[in-house]
Design a protein around this ligand. Structure first.
Ligand SMILES: [Fe+2]
Ligand SMILES: [Fe+2]
Length: 298
């Protein structure tokens, strides 16, 4: 079997795309019904906070989580928010959608071990870092950046669900041989988590921009930026940089990776972020994450 980035050329002259191979190997989960309903309501111009509140209230865990997050200092709301409809108005539909999808993201893990906890922590870390970077560079859709960060490694969860033993081998190789997940997965599975993640985004009918951000967050973000410098391209770079920040801080890893020089990274340069700015953002992320993660996200 010969493999390149786009196609697997199989013996017997059969050609299968990487997508075909992924789809025939792993189960890409469907989006839960309540989530689908909430997302559909949000795209309906007749929806208002009250109507949305009714649907959300049918899920007690979701309602509690939304209220907790709305009261997080991350959003800087000066007074305590006690009702769901106020939380919806303050956070906005897009942030509510993100919280709903965060809960879904956590729930697709089939196990609840250390690996899964670290993956979850990394997702939340990268979503928060993406949000902070987006605000810093005045990217117009900071909530989209949050969502891209949240879902960027969802492909790892799918691969880990599909074959946890082989995925543990991927993880061990990244730590022991200092290679990226992307390359270890390609070698061990034949495909990588960004490719799997992009399929999840498509199946869940989220946006093309998001699909592209997930697909290119490790490889190809530079080319995407050149082609789409204003929106689509920036989303994958924001996620790439957010990922580096979390790796350096050890968010979702066994330990911090101090050797990364983020200020010299391609993504920091493309976003025109100075060493000083990157440091300020990292400090902000670390302070917020350490103080608030368990209170709001667990
Ligand atoms: Fe990744
Ligand atoms: Fe990541």
């Amino acid at each position: 079997m010969i493999m390149d980035n786009h196609k697997l050329i199989m013996t017997q002259d059969k050609i299968a795309t990487v997508e075909d191979v992924i789809l025939s190997s792993c189960e890409i989960p469907s989006m839960p019904n309540v989530t689908q309903q909430i997302l559909m309501m949000m795209s309906d111009p007749d929806t208002n906070a009250e109507k949305l509140q009714k649907v959300i209230l049918t899920d007690q865990a979701l309602s509690t989580r939304i209220l907790k997050i709305a009261n997080s200092p991350f959003y800087g709301v000066p007074r305590t928010i006690r009702t769901l409809s106020t939380a919806i108005m303050i956070l906005g539909y897009k942030m509510i959608r993100n919280i709903v999808l965060a809960i879904v993201t956590k729930s697709i893990n089939r196990r609840a071990g250390l690996i899964e906890t670290m993956m979850w922590e990394h997702s939340i870390g990268v979503s928060n870092a993406s949000f902070l970077i987006a605000k810093e560079i005045q990217f117009p859709e900071s909530e989209e950046a949050f969502l891209a960060g949240l879902l960027h490694d969802i492909g790892k969860q799918i691969l880990n669900n599909y074959d946890p033993e082989r995925y543990m081998y991927v993880i061990e190789r990244t730590y022991n041989e200092d290679i990226s997940y992307y390359y270890a997965e390609k070698e061990i599975f034949g495909f990588s988590h960004p490719e799997v993640g992009a399929l999840v985004i498509r199946k869940w009918k989220l946006s093309e921009e998001l699909e592209s951000a997930i697909r290119y967050h490790h490889e190809g973000f530079k080319a995407t930026f050149k082609e789409y410098p204003y929106y689509l391209g920036k989303l994958s770079i924001i996620v790439n940089l957010a990922d580096l920040m979390c790796i350096k801080l050890g968010i979702g890893r066994r330990e911090p990776l101090d050797t990364i020089n983020i200020a010299n990274s391609e993504s920091a340069a493309l976003l025109k972020l100075s060493e000083n700015k990157v440091q300020i953002l990292s400090d902000k992320l670390q302070n917020y994450f350490e103080a608030e993660k368990e209170k709001f996200w667990y």
